[in-house]
Design a protein around this ligand. Sequence first.
Ligand code: FAD
Ligand code: MLT
Ligand code: ZN
Length: 474
Amino acid sequence: MVPGSVGAVPAEPAVRLDPVRLDPALVPALVEVVGQPNVVTDPEVTASYAVDWTGRYRGTAPIVVRPGSTDEVAEVVRRCRDVGAALVPQGGNTGMVGGGVPLAGEVVVSLRRLDAVDAVDGRAGQLTARAGVTLAGVQQAAAAAGWAYGVDLGGRDSATIGGNVATNAGGLRVLRYGDTRAQVLGVEAVLGTGAVVSHLGGLIKDNTGYPLHALLCGSEGTLGVVTAVRLRLVPPAPARVVALLGMRGPGDAVAGAQQLRRTLPALSAAELMLGSGVSLVSRVLGLPQPLAEPHGAYLLVEASGATDPTGALSEAVASLEGVRDAAVATEPAPAAALFRYREGHTEAINSIGPPHKLDVSFPPDVLAEMVDRMPQVVAAVAPGADVWLFGHVGDGNVHVNVTGVDPDDNRVDDAVFRAVAAAGGSISAEHGIGTAKRPWLGLGRSEAELAAFAAIKRALDPDGILNPNVLAVA
Ligand code: FAD
Ligand code: MLT
Ligand code: ZN
């Protein structure tokens, strides 16, 4: 069996990790590089770096180091390599797959001090941001220059652009602008050798060999520590309308999103919610039900452009099947209030207890059927569990969240991933593999692909010090 392929999966943690042993000489070596205040060893302070956003993944962080420049990051990596210490790069710690926390006691390299937007080139419609700038910071810098940034997601105020690149984050507007990789024109990163690779010129046409920036997008901190990013910007779309559609059922919502992609050129988001999820969000966040009556499913639609798309949206929605009711917002505050029902899912589900977050995607022809089937797939192995379905249905991405199952019991994960793979879907649409999905990587990748992954890993990180427990293809 190849590494990453799966046989029978027991009801225990997906990955058991050997604790990392850290050389006592490492702390003074790191202090030499970044100064005493930026090497944190106090367990009370490091504790928050050791647990992920969902609370499902918890490790220990004996050392958190906070470099303030690319040179310092490179020297930190070299010092770690000198003593064979594994490290975990960490940005905003909003990741969903246990990839950014030191589950085996690795050194945490926090990139948050690299928080400058270096340059906005208004003529090119590009900007260069250091890795620790938040996604919201990138969006604001773009807006200040009269442009917009194409990626948006609920974790925008904490998630960093380095983390977005490392996870190839998707989010709410992929159907319009593509994922993070589609925005990235160049990257600066420190490889596992300590070497710095930097290609931030921003040329749109530049076929000079391997696109390392594209490879680093989605590499989850296993090939390089991203220190800066060159991003393409998009023209702003100031005229915006948001409609929350109460639908007869999930099948109509899926079909509606698929139809709108063709009939509404201004479509910029199409998000699925179910009645149970909207009720939970309303209860936990103290919001009223969004429409007069509850509905089995909801489709949240956004259209945007230079001119008012309200008429086009109304016309396109009028020809959808199964629309029972609608709320429409053209001003920013009410539009944000409608989005709150969708973005509030992450927080509301977390309030029940650490969820199993199974972020998957399906081909269009089986999407509706698989949304319907997911609760049965879960019930077959965990009859008492609650299933919460929502997601970026416009691009085939469904978030299957399961609560009421022990965090270490991975039978649900196994059942869902196998059903997804059998339907031709992906076991990770946008969150990555992390440590959470490691045992199932072989469901989506062939032996030859995994061997190529391992060869790339050895080339860029020969001693395997960069996030060794994530992906783990070597
Ligand atoms: P972290 O969580 O710190 O790290 C994530 C991974 O990237 C880890 O493997 C880590 O080692 C690596 N990493 C971080 N920084 C670097 C770096 N500079 N260099 C190399 N590796 C690095 N994700 C989506 O795709 N779409 C969504 O719609 C979405 N919505 C979200 C909504 C909420 C409310 C929350 C909390 C999260 C959401 N996420 C979403 C998940 C998360 O925000 C993204 O995965 C984000 O890209 C992670 O950024 P971060 O800075 O928090 O990274
Ligand atoms: C989302 O779309 O809300 C995010 O990917 C986060 C989540 O899955 O909870
Ligand atoms: Zn998502």
